[in-house]
Design a protein around this ligand. Structure first.
Ligand SMILES: Nc1ncnc2c1ncn2[C@@H]1O[C@H](COP(=O)(O)OP(=O)(O)OP(=O)(O)O)[C@@H](O)[C@H]1O
Length: 327
């Protein structure tokens, strides 16, 4: 499963591959691993084709347990310096994105990347609590068929079966949908999405669990619990750093200069899987979802190519890049 990352210092976008083992049904059907890791290199071989990435985890590559430390932990540290960051899990349906991110309500949720982010974040806050005051907020949205839904909407009261094995949430009619807006300063906001103030790891984990439970899933031939939407879990960290008091030449303390405010966001994205209708056996509603999913992924691919293209990123306003680091 590939994951895109972007490192402000050396390269715009970095890509790590996570190879999952064969699972139950695949073993029963006698499937064989078709991806081989080239020993000692972040390179995989599929048939006669070789592909090189920044990291390869799983199979005979680096152990999956080291992925967080190498790829995501530096982003958590960056948050404390005011850098925004994004982790995207991208891949074919059933390749293990939800498992890797820990966005599902089961399996990977204990070891997925998001729970590890929470651990690291709260440990760091604890170690810095005497130097700064912190405030954390989370939002959790999904993009389903080009519509943005709020997964932390207090009006959502759980999951119901909505025909053909599809699950969805009940929302109170009349609640305006979440709108994506761009402010005059270029900051994108999601008008109408719930932002929950959290002060403990338990509260943040409860938001992840609640939102994951509300997410739309459905069964296809390739994954019996396939995510049908792109899900974005956003952590906003605000901090008021207490600086050493600055004095004028006469020894008078300058009040205004004793605090430094920083705000940064970490977006953790579990994309819906790219799919081929023929292989997933999709028809009707599920087929339409697949078309929207593939359309969104194509647009995202163009954005990532542009981010990785130095000529295009140079044209952007330097101020919008100054505190931006995206993985
Ligand atoms: N590294 C792994 N080790 C063991 N099992 C895994 C691993 N990754 C994924 N799986 C299993 O593979 C199955 C598919 O994984 P998952 O639902 O995460 O895929 P996905 O890429 O999110 O699919 P979709 O795009 O359809 O939502 C699940 O049963 C999951 O438990």
């Amino acid at each position: 499963m590939p994951m895109a990352e972007h490192h402000g210092e050396d390269c715009c976008v970095k890509v790590a591959v996570h190879i999952r083992p064969l699972i139950g049904d695949e073993r029963l059907q006698g499937c064989k691993d078709c991806v081989a890791v080239v020993p000692g290199k972040p390179q995989v071989q599929i048939g006669t084709h070789s592909f090189t990435f920044d990291h390869v985890y799983g199979s005979t590559g680096s152990p999956s347990s080291s992925m967080f430390q190498a790829c995501v932990s530096p982003l958590v540290d960056g948050l404390f310096q005011g850098y925004n960051a994004t982790v995207l899990a991208y891949g074919q349906t059933g390749s293990g994105k939800t498992y890797t991110m820990g966005t599902g309500c089961k399996d990977g949720s204990q070891t997925g990347l998001i729970p590890q982010v929470m651990d690291a974040l709260f440990n760091k806050i604890d170690s810095l609590k005497h130097q700064a005051e912190f405030q954390l907020r989370v939002s959790f949205i999904e993009i389903l068929k080009e519509e943005v839904h709020d997964l932390l909407d207090p009006a959502s009261v759980g999951k119901v079966e909505v025909g053909s094995g599809h699950t969805g949430k009940i929302t109170v009619p009349g609640k305006p949908p979440v709108q994506i807006r761009e402010g005059s300063n270029g900051v994108i906001t999601l008008a109408g999405s719930t932002e929950v103030d959290v002060s403990t790891q338990k509260e943040m984990a409860a938001c992840l669990e609640q939102g994951s439970f509300s997410r739309a899933t459905g069964s296809t031939n390739m994954n019996n619990q396939s995510s049908r939407s792109h899900a974005i879990f956003t952590i906003t960290l605000e901090q008021m750093r207490k600086l050493d008091t600055v004095f004028t030449a006469d020894g008078v303390p300058i009040e205004d200069m004793t605090e430094d405010y920083l705000c940064a966001k970490l977006h953790l994205v579990d994309l819906a899987g790219s799919e081929r209708a023929k292989r997933t056996g999709s028809d009707g509603l599920r087929f339409k979802e697949g078309v929207h999913i593939n359309k969104g992924l194509l647009a995202l691919g163009n954005v990532i190519s542009a981010l990785g293209d130095e000529k295009k990123t140079e044209r952007r306003c330097p101020c919008s890049l100054s505190r931006q680091q995206t993985y």
